[in-house]
Design a protein around this ligand. Structure first.
Ligand code: NAD
Ligand code: UDP
Length: 336
């Protein structure tokens, strides 16, 4: 299948590129590189043994997206392109609604013009908001707690309306939990610019000595060790989930919201402990106040993905830590 990956040079998109290409699909990346580097294309080439076509464009440019769809005879789109920093979305909501919501509309308009109706969307567990119960299943009420989350929910709603207007549309809204880890080659992974907000990249930078210590935000939650719990999913498992979703959509038109998570809550100390085991030394850390806006715990009910997609996360926390460390040692260290 010929598949366009908007935001394909980013963290999750690059891993999905590898999975789809190695399964024999023809992947075309469309990215404006606002949060990724072109060097990822060379590293993808090293992993895949061939160069991939890419288009440097903004998804807001519907004409450029339409041209890419026609030039490469695209049959399905996976829409990763989006901004994802929760704090920035609170400070600058218009930037987020423009890029994430208008950007999605632009891609859908281009698809409509060309007659392509298969769409996989990068949604997020953040659409659920304050847990009424856990684990979150897909029937859990949706009420995001910040503009970033609202952009995801609004695009889900738009997709729902589109799929009702034309029953030939095949749409999967994949609600990711916490993606972490890297490809086993150590050539692609997550390397945010500036000081990371998320736990895993922060821990990695403490491990490499670029940051002095980890602040553990809260140790008085009602969790097994008092620290916050999340559902950390290996990015390669997540990437494989996208391929499973595309296969499912072949015979299942309509709109589908599906959690991609492990179903296992993991505490901050669990994750740090796995990392310490890999590097063979302690990560300097200190307990600090709770971070404003943090939920104590959330994790996925992953049964729907298993039932519909025949997909389940299979990689362990140890593999997550080991692949993150290999990425740091192989690539981040040399590119910094
Ligand atoms: P990322 O920032 O690494 O990748 C996003 C890519 O999209 C980048 O390469 C960026 O340059 C590109 N991009 C952004 N805006 C664009 C635009 N207007 N036009 C063209 N390209 C554009 O992020 P990621 O972690 O790979 O996330 C991918 C998607 O998954 C995002 O939509 C994100 O909101 C969603 N998501 C991520 C997480 C997470 O924790 N990483 C969790 C849930 C959902
Ligand atoms: N966390 C932490 N120190 C950090 C960053 C995160 O203790 O420097 C904690 C955070 O409070 C939460 C967990 O790690 O309990 C995951 O945070 P992250 O930002 O990675 O994911 P999110 O909260 O967005 O799910």
């Amino acid at each position: 299948m010929n598949i366009l990956l908007t935001g394909g040079a980013g963290y999750i998109g690059s891993h999905t590129t590898v999975v789809l290409s190695q399964a024999g699909h023809n992947v075309v990346i469309l990215d404006n590189f606002c949060n990724s580097q072109k060097s990822v294309l060379d590293r993808l080439q090293s992993i895949l043994g061939k160069a991939l076509p890419y288009v440097e464009a903004d998804v807001l440019d519907a004409a450029a997206v339409e041209k890419a769809l026609r030039d490469y005879q695209i049959e399905a789109v996976i829409h990763f392109a989006g901004l994802k920093a929760v704090g920035e979305s609170v400070e600058n909501p218009l930037k987020y609604y423009a890029n994430n919501v208008q950007g999605s509309i632009s891609v859908l308009q281009a698809m409509k013009a060309v007659g392509i109706k298969t769409f996989v969307f990068s949604s997020s567990a953040t659409v659920y908001g304050d847990p009424q119960y856990l684990p979150y299943d897909e029937k859990h009420p949706t009420k995001p707690m910040n503009p970033y989350g609202w952009t995801k929910l609004q695009v889900e709603e738009i997709l729902h309306d589109v799929s009702i207007s034309d029953p030939q549309w095949k749409v999967a809204c994949l609600r990711y939990f916490n993606p972490v880890g890297a490809h086993e080659s150590g050539l692609i992974g997550e390397n945010p610019s500036g000081i990371p907000n998320n736990l895993m990249p922060f821990v990695a930078r403490v491990a490499t000595g670029h940051l002095p210590k980890l602040n553990v935000f809260g140790n008085d939650y009602d969790t097994k060790d008092g620290t916050g719990e999340r559902d950390y999913i290996h990015v390669m498992d997540l990437a494989e989930g996208h391929m499973a979703a595309l296969t499912y959509l072949e015979n299942h038109p309509g709109w589908h919201a599906i959690n991609l998570g492990t179903g296992i809550p993991v505490s901050v100390l669990d994750l740090v402990g796995a990392f310490e085991k890999v590097i063979g030394r302690e990560i300097p850390k200190a307990f600090a106040a709770r971070r404003t806006g943090d939920l104590p715990v959330y994790y996925a009910q992953p049964e729907r993905a298993k039932a519909l997609l025949n997909w389940a996360a299979k990689r362990s926390l140890d593999e997550i830590a080991a692949s993150t460390w290999k990425w740091q040692q192989t690539t981040v260290k040399t590119e910094r």
